[in-house]
Design a protein around this ligand. Structure first.
Ligand SMILES: NC(=O)c1ccc[n+]([C@@H]2O[C@H](COP(=O)([O-])OP(=O)(O)OC[C@H]3O[C@@H](n4cnc5c(N)ncnc54)[C@H](O)[C@@H]3O)[C@@H](O)[C@H]2O)c1
Ligand SMILES: [Fe+2]
Length: 360
């Protein structure tokens, strides 16, 4: 049996933020980060809702903590909105989703992503950090009611953010394509997302605005895929390493993904090969197509000037070695491990960790 649920209304295109007025809200609570508050984008977006009253919560920092979400929840409850708007990358959207969930109100949540990466605008996940550990909350009630994909918000995306969040999209597509929960609908979305993001990332990195909507839509498609199919070992490790070392989430995926593909290929080779061939990477035998997929990910990672190891990302190998047990335990406890195509065991995590740590 194959089930696919699509709850989020998706509005996309240049200037799509104008659709906020259609929600007919009187009291809008907008959640964002200091960047969008200080440059006036938050006020401009809130004004598009044509509401009578607006409150802006603008304290979100990358990788939001449980404490921050609790502070925001109290403010949200006290204001009593009839519409909640999340504006920003995965961090602002996750924080807003968690706040809306904990506040237990009935105001709809509209997510407006400003990076093309997390897919949080359509997922049942919200990732909060507590005591240096990233905890994915997973609940159907976390899924936003609407997503507005406005490419005008992407004009100032710096190349490094295009690269980091772009590799998050690729990791969502690749991992959900082979995840244990994958089905015919998630496969179609993951394949399309991968092809779009893989093809358009170099041009977006070079500053070409015209491809940005393509990657923005790909990020949402990959989110629709992984929220149903699940993710895998790459994300489980990215969560455990991200909690400890505060490296951007997508950058960690870029470091980990080629090694995870090589490791899962024993059981997921056929599907990886299918993904490689459908993206024009060739390879008549499955083993060659998988090798092409892995090599092309490594080549793209170089082209986007992303690090290949944790050491190149600024993490002292010694601090990885001394935290190995913590990293392995957090990885094994992460819900993403459960949907990895191959059973994840202690030695596998250690092997990949060794491979990605890099030299002193
Ligand atoms: N909920 C989910 O389904 C899900 C999935 C994947 C990742 N995540 C989470 O999302 C977070 C990562 O999200 P992200 O990669 O979108 O980054 P982010 O939200 O952490 O933002 C990173 C930085 O980019 C800046 N920024 C955002 N948009 C910008 C723009 N248009 N122009 C210039 N600067 C901009 C922000 O101000 C911030 O300083 C991680 O915490 C990760 O765990 C969640
Ligand atoms: Fe991710």
């Amino acid at each position: 049996m194959d089930e696919f649920v699509c709850k989020t209304r998706i509005i996309s295109g240049p200037g799509a933020v104008a659709a906020l007025k259609d929600f007919g809200a009187k009291r809008v609570f907008l959640v964002t980060d200091p960047f969008f508050y200080e440059n006036g984008t938050a006020a401009r977006v809130a004004a598009a809702a044509k509401a009578e009253q607006v409150e802006i919560f603008h304290n979100v920092r990358p990788d939001p903590t449980v404490e921050l979400a609790a502070e925001g929840t109290a403010k949200l409850r006290a204001f009593g909105p009839d519409l909640i708007v999340a504006l920003g990358g995965g961090s602002a959207m996750d924080c807003a989703k968690a706040m809306a969930f904990f506040a237990k109100g009935d105001a709809p949540l509209v997510a407006i992503p400003t990076t093309s990466g997390s897919g949080s605008e359509v997922t049942d996940f919200a990732i909060l950090t507590h005591n240096k550990v990233k905890h994915p909350l997973v609940d159907k009630r976390l899924r936003p009611d609407a997503a507005i994909l406005d490419s005008d918000l992407l004009e100032k995306l710096p190349p490094s953010l295009v690269a980091d969040s772009g590799f998050d999209v690729l990791a969502h597509a690749v991992e959900s394509y082979v995840a244990t929960g994958a089905g015919v609908f998630t496969d179609a979305l993951a394949r399309e997302a991968f092809q779009r993001a893989y093809g358009a990332l170099p041009a977006s990195f070079a500053g070409h605005q015209e491809v940005r909507l393509t990657i923005h839509q790909a990020a949402t498609m990959a989110g629709m895929s992984f929220t149903q199919a699940g993710l895998g070992l790459c994300h489980a490790m990215a969560h455990s390493l991200g909690g400890l070392f505060h490296i951007p989430h997508g950058r960690l995926n870029a470091i980990l993904l080629p090694s995870v593909v090589a490791c899962n290929a024993h059981v997921a080779g056929k599907k990886y090969a299918d993904l490689a061939r459908s993206t024009g990477m060739g390879g008549s035998a499955d083993t060659i197509a998988v090798r092409n997929l892995r090599n092309n990910l490594i080549r793209l990672r170089r082209e986007l000037k992303l690090p290949e190891t944790l050491a190149q990302a600024g993490v002292e190998p010694r601090s990885v070695w001394s935290a190995t047990k913590e990293i392995v335990d957090a990885t094994l406890a992460d819900p993403c491990c459960k949907t990895n195509p191959m059973t994840v065991e202690d030695f596998l995590v250690r092997r990949i960790l060794e491979e990605v740590t890099g030299r002193v």
